[in-house]
Design a protein around this ligand. Structure first.
Ligand code: MG
Length: 379
């Protein structure tokens, strides 16, 4: 039998080098890691250039400034939740924020150390976390290499995608039947469809807002009609959540857009509007969000009152804060916010972009592949 101490020791040095590879490719860290560390620790497919390329292609578009509208409060909120540029790496605000929310790459060994003998569960947002934010939300594809990383991490841990998108749409992007999917901000949850991954109550199904479906379809049609005169506005039907994307709307049009959406909602008091990254979202007023969704999934997995579970949630958006908050309140696991811009967050750690999320997943896989198999199967 392998000496577990020797394996762990080897793994720790492997992790250090793995993180150096990631660091070497990241703009946030300086000075750069010496090039001789850029060894083939992981298969090349796990640290692809194509992810970086895709992430760069999807970085935020620039919109014009100015245009004070009457709907000032909503425009301010839309602006605050939709940063259009990243902050200088050297700004004091960013340095302070990074100290408060260290990079998950920097503390990767700490995360793995906390995971020892715990049952790890991975939760992943989709847009802006696994895929870049792109102008056309229908083209927010994840890189093949990211899919491989998610597929491999799911071999070791229960893994769920928790997205504002409708479940069918996010499944079409990810196309991994072994995962849990919580679409419409957790209002549409389904367990793995792959039979070999169904154990016990893993074949879960939860739709707490099912009775709202006819109303959501009705409001979707109204929103299409009301917003069609606003150039760049895009209404997406995510089943239990309607998303009005404004990432392609000039900033002077945001106020008008918010007014029109609100004019539709005044007749639907059972619906509420929230905002995400360049998107207004209309949801049922039921007390259900991504935080409730991860609580439901942890309970379904048998971890409702477990002290041995370590949930890790990676997300980039305001709606992910509900999940970060649940983890903080449970005192379990880690929230990791993907953001180039300092934000108020309940996440403990941070990452800059989806590329770095792929590094974390790949480093986790490498770690699991090199340690004692009994550790892996504790999960
Ligand atoms: Mg997101």
């Amino acid at each position: 039998m392998t000496n577990p101490n020797a394996v762990v020791s080897d793994t720790q040095s492997a992790i250090t080098m793995a993180i150096n590879v990631a660091v070497n490719n990241s703009a946030i860290f300086s000075p750069p890691v010496p090039s001789h560390y850029n060894i083939t620790l992981f298969p090349r497919t796990k640290f692809p250039k194509s992810i970086e390329t895709a992430a760069c292609a999807g970085s935020g578009s620039t919109v014009a400034h100015g245009g004070a509208g009457k709907n000032i409060a909503w425009v301010d909120v839309m602006r605050a939740s939709s940063p259009t540029r990243s902050m200088s790496e050297n700004s004091e605000e960013k340095k302070t924020w990074i100290m408060k929310h260290p990079s998950a790459l920097r503390v990767f060994e700490e995360i793995m150390s906390a995971a020892k003998m715990k049952k790890v569960v991975i939760f992943l947002d989709y847009d802006g976390t696994l895929s870049p934010i792109v102008e056309n939300p229908d083209q927010a594809y994840m890189a093949p290499e990211m899919r491989i990383a998610v597929k491999n991490v799911a071999k070791y841990f229960p893994t769920a995608i928790v997205s504002g998108r409708c479940r069918a749409k996010v499944y079409n992007f990810v196309r991994l039947s072994e995962l849990y999917y919580a679409g419409s901000h957790g209002m549409d949850i389904k367990g793995p469809s792959s039979r070999k991954h169904q154990k016990g109550n893993q074949n879960v199904l939860c739709q707490p807002a099912k009775e709202f479906l006819p109303m959501m379809n009705e409001v979707y049609e109204l929103l299409l009609e009301k917003t069609k005169g606003i150039i760049g506005a895009n209404v997406e039907n995510n089943k239990f959540c309607l998303s009005v994307h404004f990432r392609c709307v000039a900033e002077e049009g945001w106020s008008n857009l918010a007014d029109r959406v609100k004019s539709v909602l005044k007749d639907y008091p059972k619906l509420r509007m929230t905002q995400g990254r360049k998107v207004l979202e209309i949801r049922p007023t039921i007390k259900w969000d991504k935080g409730k969704a991860i609580e439901f999934l942890l309970e379904s997995l048998g971890f409702a009152n477990s002290k041995d579970v370590l949930p890790i949630y990676i997300g980039d958006d305001r709606t992910d804060e509900d999940a970060f908050k649940v983890l903080r309140e449970r005192g379990q696991g880690f929230g990791i916010l993907v953001s180039k811009t300092p934000k108020e967050t309940d996440a403990i750690y941070s990452l800059q972009e989806p590329l770095e999320a792929s590094y974390v997943l790949s480093a986790t896989i490498s770690y699991m592949e090199t340690i004692d198999s009994s550790y892996a199967i504790a999960n």
